[in-house]
Ligand binder design. Sequence first.
Ligand code: GDP
Ligand code: MG
Length: 599
Amino acid sequence: TENQSIRNFCIIAHIDHGKSTLADRILDLCHTIPKQKMRDQVLDRMDLERERGITIKAKAVRLEYFSSQRNSSYVFNMIDTPGHADFSYEVSRSLAACEGAILVIDATQGVEAQTLAHTNIALAEGLAILPVINKIDLPSANPDRVCEEIENVLGPDHLPIALVSAKLGKGVEELLEKVIDFIPPPQGQAKKSLKALVFDSIYDSYRGVLPFIRIFEGLINKGIEIMIYSNKQKYQVIEIGIFNPDMKEIESLGPGEVGYISCNIKAIQDCRVGDTITLAINPTSQAVPGYKKAKPMVFCSFYPINAEGYEILKEALEKLQLNDASLMFEPDVSEALGFGFRCGFLGLLHMEIIQERIEREFDIEVVATAPHVVYHVLTKNGEIIEVKSPRDFPSAGEIEEAEEPIVEMKIITPSTAIGGVMDLCQSKRGVLQDMTYLDPNTVIIRYHLPMAEILFDFYNRLKSVSRGYASMDYEFFGYASSNLVKVDILVSKEKVDGLSFISHEENAARRSRELVTRLRKLIPRQMFTVSVQAAIGGKIIAREDVAALRKDVLAKCYGGDITRKRKLLEKQKEGKKRMKAVGKISLPQEAFLAVLQTE
Ligand code: GDP
Ligand code: MG
């Protein structure tokens, strides 16, 4: 049938192994983008992606490939995916729309933590995996060692391994021939009722929600009436298109194909990622298996700098959530910080990216409180509380038992750094599980670690003990009983709930001292002395004072020239940027993140 010439695959890899560069070369070979418009990592279109040099969103693109060996044409739907652990939810969604995955491995780095993690997701989805060793042009490339590691991961009877240099375009055509041979064409029949998976979507201010779909069965044509499987809402299809890589209108999409539709869906919650789209008349009897709901691991609250920002912040979160199903939020109100939202993320990078996207794409400034994990507390009254904000953590006297989340951490490191890695994990309350060799000089170390501990500088320290070579990946393991206390921070005797934190009892005093010292340096001096205190229950365990300003800034230029005065005032205004007023004092954003840093 028609489907025999279609291949749907995504590109997966550890960060920086060359996915986006390989995608560039594949686009070149398929003449998808006119030469004068081509640039490096062309699919990374978000400003943030280009500045940081990382892929945040998965991107689908449809390619026409002419195989001169076979003298026939193929349609490839290719999805470039992000490599960072925080975005593996994006990866798993992309995988559900594909039959195969190109697994890229850097010839100088070998298998790293996200290589393993993404491979496991692809295997669980039942995808054909085509391993590719990239960057073979580099003098330090060691394809033999990398082959051995791939065999250890995928088993000895793996598919042939392709050797490429994405940078130079070497081996890419051969790779595409392997794609045709080893990745199966999609199944599915045009005459069955429509069954399409919504694997992503965006919001367009004119056209509303545009679901990105992968069709498993049936056809979709302009003008037909479709139904969203979960809520039975019906819509008429106004436009159908493909990614070329920009949106390009076409007449219809058939089984195995990937594209978008526009049907005037106005309410964001009416068409969620993971849902199935079918026909209004004669709908399919079975939905496409959706996705496991993403489970946020890290929470923090966002507050607009000004109260007027609240509605914009709400709209921003709603729109970003449409595009990112792993983002959670709910209204939150803090005595000190006012109205805002408590948000859940998959990790710290995810949180940072969302804050930056809110500020850039919606043009408001927000203050983010320090990220923290979710605790479970059994109170003496027999109540079980899920604590999503340190503010809600009961006082010591009310707690029967407290539990904290534990992750299973996989660290891949050169064997020379085993000692340093183990010392680090031990100092973070880790429990060693096992150790296996990936090749004679590389080990996989498995630890159980409290998730709260890895929020605090874990990654940087892992990099430093391994001279940059170790990589890590973790997943939620379960909850375990732990001796936890809540530390409150008082500024000028007023409790600032956004600064409270939960700590293991052993570390509470040290962390409190470190934090108040850091806050003393971060809180701008006022006309009066400001005290900064840390307290457990009612008991003060640390204190520092921010000394009062001796002179008014303007006093110095009394009678002085006006431009100097204006400059000073402007400077002061700038210093106020991203400050959140708490009582009489303005706290800078850094103060809320100070709780995360360690010396
Ligand atoms: P991604 O994070 O997997 O998408 O990786 P990128 O495609 O952004 O590439 C990461 C870095 O590796 C970039 O600086 C690329 O220029 C570089 N790179 C990618 N492929 C090759 C290659 O085949 N050879 C060399 N020497 N560098 C490469
Ligand atoms: Mg990339």
